[in-house]
Design a protein around this ligand. Structure first.
Ligand SMILES: [Zn+2]
Length: 166
């Protein structure tokens, strides 16, 4: 019999579970972060292991040094799910030039520098800024940009396609 993957206590018939106490402690200790989408695999909830085989999208609200806390975007209604950082990854953003079509607009981005900064232009509807960093880029979701002018973020309509160009 194996116990909790974190504290080792408890007797569980299934491997790869986390006990209620550890889940509660992680939830209590976790600090709020700006909500962000990640790809995750392992996921633990007080009702058990709700991991998924391949990377699925989760929405993260809180974190500790080792764990994220949030929920799967689709399929489960569970909240306060614990995602080990080891198996939870940022969603990759292409570093080369890209054309992004959203429901309402077409954007062109230049190559990004080491910090993710890149040029941006919008087809037919000029923007008031020309330099930005893409914070979130997932087909079917709004694109989120940091454009450095203020603390504000630019959030577009949902993404229809991402095309890498050379
Ligand atoms: Zn435990």
């Amino acid at each position: 019999m194996a116990g909790c993957i974190k504290c080792g206590k408890g007797e569980y018939k299934k491997l790869d579970v986390m006990c209620h106490l550890c889940i509660k402690v992680i939830n209590d200790e976790a600090k709020s972060v700006k909500p962000k989408l990640y790809m995750a695999e392992k996921a633990y909830h007080i009702l058990g292991n709700i991991s998924r085989d391949k990377g699925f999208i989760c929405r993260i609200f809180k974190e500790t040094p080792e764990y994220f806390v949030g929920n799967w975007e689709e399929g489960y209604g569970f909240i306060n799910v614990v995602f080990p950082k080891e198996t939870t990854h940022e969603i990759e953003i292409p570093t080369g030039a890209v054309i992004i079509k959203t429901r309402n607009s077409v954007y062109r981005f230049g190559k990004s520098d080491n910090e993710g900064k890149r040029n941006i232009s919008r087809y037919k509807k000029p923007l008031s800024f020309s330099l930005c960093k893409i914070e979130q880029l997932i087909v079917g979701y709004p694109m989120m940009l940091n454009y450095f002018h203020e603390e504000f973020e630019w959030v577009t309509s949902s993404i229809k396609s991402i095309e890498e160009i050379s």
